[in-house]
Design a protein around this ligand. Structure first.
Ligand code: XMP
Length: 515
């Protein structure tokens, strides 16, 4: 088994591309650890990280544009294997004495690549003719001395180049995107064969390494962790529990805006299954009284957020000898493309409102992981599937799904309707394709008739969307029978509801949540 010292890192040098994160994720899919660094990293900083290889990302700029991102050219002399992609290839060409003429003939989208006779390590065993994805304006016109041309497309004569002796490789196309079907094979050739890095980075390694690091950081001190039942805080809790056992106390603030049975479930999993030291704060009444008469969504969010920290720190102060506060910061929160300044701005977003005189050191065991890796770690640690694959759920919980005033009665209606929506869609074979599904309670009532009686009651809105990252979304095409069944059940089982509507708005122009 690999130990922390054996972990070999591939650094993705970020030239401002939307692709840098994707490159790092792809490398990790090849079971090689990868991190993103800004292009203005100094030679010394880079050396200190002891990278096993570098990948220069693409970027939106032209290499000739004013202020175009550069890298210290002495980095090429370090003898580290380098793969330049798109902008990274052009920069490598210019830095090492080649040329990138201004042609104004760009190439965007699919292209047919022809690998030069004889092939090369990068294309070994791959078809001589294959599809690749291009997205560039400039391209390399003359390769630097010592380089060979490896492949071309009808528009781009030099689509890949290498100086195999110096282990410098580059492609004009993007091997990291799914539109380049053999792209992952090329990355594997670069990592395993050219850079000689074994695929040893696994979820088990991550856990072992993190456990080791946490133990070293914490020593005999105590750690407090806010648990919400969400994926990130659950994985943090499970991981820390594995590392330090009883020295961890989790504080679960139940603000009363959780879904049906959710609070019981958190307690069952963490107290009964994992035997975590768990403080379950029943703050439901406290929140409801603060929210009386509040209808503005921003005010609701602010009250709930501020109160969370108040309750949390009240509990923290009750516990003695706590030195660390654990947080589920993920890698995408840590990195920000481009420059070091951007990275600093980002890290300030995570300020915790410590009360006067209170301070904890932060411990962030997930800060190197992407979301899908966090889920894999959670599964490996034995967290139940419904937590590991939980849908995004806003911190203020059902408060953002109740339009208008939050009362115990309205929460109860929404909670019961939502449970039916989740149960029924969850039974549907294709529910994993749906990004999020839930119920919303709007601030209106309408007339209906049930039995012989006229009703004047609440509608429930069902929201179900497909999405890749929540930035854009489309309403899910649920089967009509499923919609009909949910509507029947909600009206029959949830008193106070006489109508069900399905939201058929995409994002944009709508958002996923209603507020
Ligand atoms: P919208 O409604 O803006 O939501 O399309 C995009 C995604 O973000 C989730 N969301 C939140 N997540 N705290 C969170 O952790 C919040 O306050 C919050 N508000 C919205 C939402 O569920 C969707 O997945």
């Amino acid at each position: 088994m690999a130990t922390a010292e054996d972990i070999r890192t591939v650094l993705v040098v970020d030239f401002g591309a939307q692709y840098a994160q994707l490159i790092a994720r792809r490398v990790r899919e090849c079971r090689v650890y990868s991190e993103i660094v800004p292009h203005d990293i100094t030679l010394e900083e880079l050396r200190a990280k002891k990278p096993a290889a570098l990948i220069l990302s693409g970027g939106p700029a032209s290499v000739y544009a004013e202020g175009a991102p550069k890298m210290d050219p002495r980095i090429y002399e370090l003898g580290i294997p380098i793969l330049g992609l798109c902008y990274g290839m052009q920069l490598m060409a210019i830095d090492l004495g080649g040329a990138v003429p201004k042609t104004d003939i760009g190439e965007y989208g699919f292209a047919q690549l022809t690998v030069a006779d004889g092939g090369s390590a990068l294309f070994e065993d791959l078809p001589a003719g294959q599809q690749v994805w291009m997205s560039h304006r400039d391209s390399v016109g003359t390769v630097p001395a010592g380089f060979a041309v490896l492949a071309s497309t009808p528009t781009t004569a030099i689509a890949a180049m290498a100086d195999a002796d110096r282990r410098l490789w580059a492609t004009q196309f993007h091997p990291e995107v799914a539109h380049t079907p053999h792209g992952l094979d090329m990355l594997k050739h670069f990592l395993y064969d050219i850079a000689d890095i074994p695929p040893t980075w696994t979820m088990v390694n991550i856990i072992d390494e993190t456990v080791e690091a946490v133990r070293a950081q914490v020593g005999d001190a105590k750690v407090i962790c806010g648990l919400s039942g969400g994926v990130d805080s659950s994985v943090v809790a499970a991981l820390l529990h594995r590392a330090i056992g009883e020295k961890l106390t989790c504080v679960f603030v139940d603000h009363g805006m959780l879904r049906l049975d959710e609070a019981d479930d958190v307690v069952r999993v963490f107290r009964d299954q994992f035997h975590v030291e768990l403080v379950h704060v029943q703050a439901q009444e406290r929140y409801l009284s603060l929210l009386v008469g509040v209808t503005d969504p921003e005010v609701k969010r602010r009250i709930i957020g501020e109160e969370f920290w108040k309750v949390f720190f009240e509990e923290a102060e009750r516990l003695e000898g706590v030195r660390f506060l654990a947080q589920g910061t993920l890698y995408p929160d840590v990195i920000e493309s481009g420059s070091k300044t951007a990275a600093k701005i980002k890290s300030h977003h995570n300020l915790i409102p410590f009360p006067e005189g209170v301070h904890f050191e932060l411990i962030e065991p997930l800060r190197r992981l992407f979301k899908d890796e966090v889920r894999a770690v959670g599964a490996e640690l034995g967290l139940p599937d419904h937590i590991v694959h939980r849908q995004p759920f806003p911190g203020p919980g059902l408060a953002v799904r109740i339009i208008g005033e939050i009362t115990a009665e309205r929460l109860d209606i929404l909670r019961r309707a939502d449970a039916i929506v989740r149960e029924e869609i969850g039974r549907w074979d294709e529910h994993r394709e749906v990004w999020q599904y839930f119920a919303v309670l709007p601030a209106i009532r309408s007339v209906g008739v049930m039995g012989d009686e006229r009703t004047y009651a609440h509608p429930i809105i069902i929201r179900a969307v497909s999405s890749a990252d929540a930035m854009t979304a489309d309403w899910a095409r649920l089967p009509h029978e499923l919609l009909a069944h949910m509507s029947n059940r909600i009206i029959n089982e949830v008193e106070g509801v006489n109508r069900v509507a399905y939201d058929i708005t995409s994002k944009p122009p709508g958002t996923i949540e209603w507020e």
